[in-house]
Write a protein that binds this ligand. Structure first.
Ligand SMILES: *[C@@H]1O[C@H](CO)[C@@H](O)[C@H](O)[C@H]1NC(C)=O
Ligand SMILES: *[C@@H]1O[C@H](CO)[C@@H](O)[C@H](O)[C@H]1NC(C)=O
Ligand SMILES: *[C@@H]1O[C@H](CO)[C@@H](O)[C@H](O)[C@H]1NC(C)=O
Ligand SMILES: *[C@@H]1O[C@H](CO)[C@@H](O)[C@H](O)[C@H]1NC(C)=O
Length: 389
């Protein structure tokens, strides 16, 4: 494990020297953080629970290929309280790795390395065509290199960086120069578990994630001293696997929620809108510590008689807080085309969601921007009256 990490880091170091990216890649245990961050004074600083959490979405996906070593290290360097470590999918040998989807074709060079492994799976009702992690062993996946998913973002890091395992991602968080939390997501648990069963496997994706969490010292209840030393939230868009996790572990749980009309793959609720009532939130609070809603479900645009518009709460944040649940929204992105209607800058989005609505944390593709804004607010003595963390 240690040897492998060193090899990966050295690989990353070599690549960064060749490409000159704006980041100091770390040697395990010693992230070389310089630049504008007051990193020395942050050394071994505890998790800051006096303000909302900045959660590095897929690491620092706005700046580096998502779930790459660079993205995680950049998220840590730029001040994320948590790195989304990670979106978990399983390999053929059931090793948890960090990929947003079982499909590798869109974010790696898998199609050219393993052209014969292409096939179509129906994942939560959609056809997914290409090379999938579940058909490659970890050894095979080591041969792949990452590619940027969005054409609108930098492509210069393509084909240099390897796929990271869940354990390697945990290693990055645990060797940060301050307390940095992790935030694993079980991806498509119904699909994964059905496939594992068909292959006569004896595990589930949730058991695999819980196993590695326990192995690395995670699993204490929310806000206990043990949790504060190794903060973690387990997240999923399905409900049954999270309720199952609660029977096995005290690990804090966040129930993700998609748009109102989207059905849940495990059919535990007819759709996400049905999870947002006070009654449903009270049921969710029996196994979860918070919800992770899409930001567009938190507000609605109201048009005044003069034609101007403003945003008003849908009441979801208020209902979740009343049920004792934290609210961590997704996804804040700096590019203007991702901004919520009537909010014309990312700072307007931060102010609306964190100060007006009182959201407790935000997944962001640019954790550095949010962390800086939060530091500025702290310097202005901003108070967060609704904060539930
Ligand atoms: C992969 O890329 C194709 C082509 O752009 C797109 O249709 C598909 O939705 C993408 N799949 C995922 C899982 O991102
Ligand atoms: C998936 O592909 C099959 C076979 O080509 C097709 O019949 C079906 O309509 C597709 N499903 C979706 C959701 O696109
Ligand atoms: C604004 O939101 C609150 C809380 O959900 C609600 O009670 C109120 O009716 C809304 N106002 C308008 C104009 O939609
Ligand atoms: C914030 O509070 C501190 C301590 O009370 C005070 O010294 C400082 O002037 C305040 N800063 C602002 C911007 O109000």
């Amino acid at each position: 494990m240690a040897v492998r990490i060193v090899a990966l880091a050295l690989f990353a170091l070599g690549a960064s020297a060749a490409l000159g990216p704006d980041i100091d890649v770390m040697v395990p245990g010693y992230p070389l953080v310089d630049g504008p961050m007051p990193h020395k004074r942050m050394s071994y600083a505890p998790l800051d629970r006096s303000k909302p959490y900045a959660i590095g979405h897929r690491g620092d996906a706005g700046e580096f290929p998502e779930h790459s070593s660079l993205a995680y290290l950049s998220g840590i360097k730029h001040g994320a309280d948590f790195i989304e470590c990670c979106d978990v999918v399983l390999t053929k040998d059931y090793v948890p790795i960090c990929r947003h989807e079982p499909l590798l074709s869109n974010t790696t060079n898998a199609d050219s390395v393993f052209p014969t492994k292409k096939r179509t799976y129906v994942i939560d009702g959609y056809n997914s065509t290409g090379v999938h992690a579940i058909d490659l062993t970890l050894k095979e996946i080591r041969k792949l290199r990452l590619r940027e998913r969005l054409y609108s973002r930098s492509q210069v890091y393509n084909d240099w960086y390897p796929v990271i395992t869940f354990e390697e991602c945990i290693h990055f968080a645990q060797h940060a120069p301050r307390v940095v939390g992790i935030y694993p997501e079980t991806k498509h648990p119904t699909w994964h578990d059905t496939l594992i069963k068909a292959r006569k496997g004896k595990t589930t994706i949730t058991d695999q994630v819980l196993y590695y969490l326990k192995k690395h010292g995670y699993g204490a209840a929310l806000n206990t001293p043990e949790w504060l030393a190794k903060p973690v939230f387990l997240q999923s868009f399905e409900s049954n696997n999270l309720a199952y996790a609660r029977t096995k572990s005290q690990v804090p749980i966040i129930q993700l929620m998609d748009d109102f009309t989207v059905p849940l793959p495990d059919r535990s609720f007819p759709n996400y809108g049905a999870m947002m009532t006070s009654d449903a939130l009270a049921k969710i609070a029996k196994y979860a510590n918070g919800i992770g809603p899409w930001k567009e479900t938190l507000q609605q645009t109201v048009t005044r008689t003069d034609g101007t518009q403003y945003l008003n709460s849908t009441g979801l944040v208020e209902r979740a807080h009343a049920a004792g649940l934290q609210v961590h929204l997704y996804t804040l992105r700096n590019e203007p085309n991702y901004h919520t209607n009537t909010l014309t800058s990312i700072e307007d989005e931060y102010a609306y969601y964190f100060k007006t609505l009182g959201v407790d944390g935000g997944f962001t593709d640019f954790p550095g921007t949010l962390a800086q804004w939060l530091r500025n607010e702290v310097a202005k003595n901003t108070t967060w009256p609704a904060l539930k963390i």
